[in-house]
Design a binder for this molecule. Structure first.
Ligand SMILES: Nc1ncnc2c1ncn2[C@@H]1O[C@H](COP(=O)(O)OP(=O)(O)OP(=O)(O)O)[C@@H](O)[C@H]1O
Ligand SMILES: [Mg+2]
Length: 204
């Protein structure tokens, strides 16, 4: 992490997170989807976003490749760069949460320590969703052809092939995309948000 800036003072305005949440009619939170490449993070995050949007919730998806085009375009896939990638996403997600937005992040985020660091940055609104699928299933899906390239040596540092994926120990939610349908996964996430009082209970 770069050295801390000096002579910077936090300025609080009159409008805080609670005020923004009141206006939105729901809480701000961060659904942190983690899992192997091809496990279904992007598919599920965008499906959950659509369902929340249909219920008039404010949403935003931070998705791996898109963020690496811009904000994190200078980072590669070494363990060190992955750590910085997740740290920046954690800070950005925290800002979105403070804005009263239901924020959905879709990053492999393979290392437990990095995810726990994000949990520490984001605080009480952090909801870890383990998007579970076996390496074999993800490799058979290979929606972006990345496993083929990784096996051929065209991609290095690929999770599941050259680097470990550390499964969450105690995630708030687990969705098994090998045994559940996308529809059921979305319902499980929305049920969780309702049960936690993050979104109002609604006739579905
Ligand atoms: N039940 C399911 N839930 C989610 N995705 C599923 C399910 N069944 C099959 N799939 C398929 O699995 C693939 C998941 O790809 P997706 O791009 O969402 O993965 P990802 O986790 O975002 O990967 P990456 O880390 O490379 O971005 C898609 O082709 C999707 O259609
Ligand atoms: Mg994705």
């Amino acid at each position: 992490m770069p050295e801390k800036s000096s002579n910077v003072t936090w300025h609080s305005g009159a409008i805080d997170r609670a005020a923004r949440e009141k206006l939105a009619g729901h809480r701000g939170a961060v659904l942190w989807f983690t899992g192997l490449s091809g496990s279904g993070k992007s598919t599920l995050a965008h499906a959950v976003e659509a369902a929340l949007h249909a219920r008039a919730c404010r949403t935003y998806v931070l998705d791996g490749d898109n963020i690496r085009h811009g904000l994190n375009g200078n980072l590669a896939f070494s363990a060190e760069d992955r750590k910085e990638n997740i740290r920046r996403i954690g800070e950005v997600a925290k800002l979105f949460q403070d804005a009263g937005v239901l924020t959905l992040t879709a990053f492999i985020s393979p290392f437990r320590a990095d995810r726990e660091a994000a949990r520490g940055i984001i605080g009480d609104g952090f909801i870890e969703v383990y998007v579970k699928a076996s390496l074999e299933a993800c490799e058979a899906r290979d929606p972006k052809g990345l496993y083929v390239k990784a096996r051929a040596g065209e991609i290095k540092d690929f999770t599941g092939v050259h680097q470990d994926y550390e499964q969450p120990d105690d995630p708030e939610l687990v969705v098994d995309t090998e045994s559940m349908t996308l529809e059921h996964e979305v319902a499980a996430v929305l049920d969780y948000l309702e049960a936690r009082g993050i979104i109002p209970a609604n006739a579905k």
